[in-house]
Ligand binder design. Structure first.
Ligand SMILES: [Zn+2]
Length: 195
């Protein structure tokens, strides 16, 4: 089993101050969280520099990803190495994730920029049921949504500054291997934890 944070913004997101070097150093130093997904807003620019910094350590893994803003709300695409070529509706993003063997996750459904009940109509892979900066009530509603949709629930800090890192995590029945992690997420071999 591995423990991961599936929602992190580096300073390649316009509203984040997290330097990739800080993230990588802290990930290497953390006692048990050993994988993080880089999910910057509408860009994968942070991925390569972060992966390069992480490559000197054998005990950590950077999961590629992106948080795509759609007119309906935000969706995380885990495993994504690139952005869809055109501006997207949320349905287009779900299709993009499927075509690229990625995992689609409804981010903070009941917060600002969340998809809310619209998520019920989508063929997504998972729901973010524990978001590190959402209210208890918003996370509770997200948990109920995952339950009704019979979908796996995952956790991510949604950290935009170093103080918000390492507060929640997802335990995944997998080794530190990207394909295995994405497969386990789709299967729902996951549980969430607060730190
Ligand atoms: Zn986010």
């Amino acid at each position: 089993m591995i423990t991961a944070d599936l929602h992190i913004h580096t300073f390649h997101s316009h509203d984040s101050t997290i330097r990739p070097a800080t993230l990588v150093e802290q990930l290497h130093a953390h006692p048990y969280i050993k994988a993080v997904a880089i999910t910057d807003h509408d860009t994968v620019e942070g991925l390569e520099p972060t992966r390069k910094l992480a490559s000197v350590y054998s005990d950590i893994l950077i999961i590629p990803g992106v948080e795509i803003s759609t007119p309906q709300g935000d969706l995380l695409v885990l495993g994504a190495e690139e952005m869809p070529s055109n501006p997207c509706t949320v349905e287009d993003v779900v299709d993009f994730a499927k075509e690229n063997d990625c995992v689609s996750v409804v981010a903070h459904p009941y917060r600002e920029y969340g998809l809310g009940d619209l998520a019920r109509n989508l063929d997504v892979d998972a729901i973010e049921i524990l978001n590190g900066v959402s209210s208890l009530a918003a996370n509770r509603r997200a948990r109920e949504l995952a339950k009704t949709m019979k979908l796996p629930g995952v956790a991510g800090t949604d950290a935009h500054n170093p103080e918000e890192l390492w507060t929640v995590c997802t335990e995944i029945e997998s080794s530190l291997c990207l394909d295995e992690i994405l497969g386990a997420l789709k299967k729902g071999s996951v549980s969430i934890a607060s730190i």
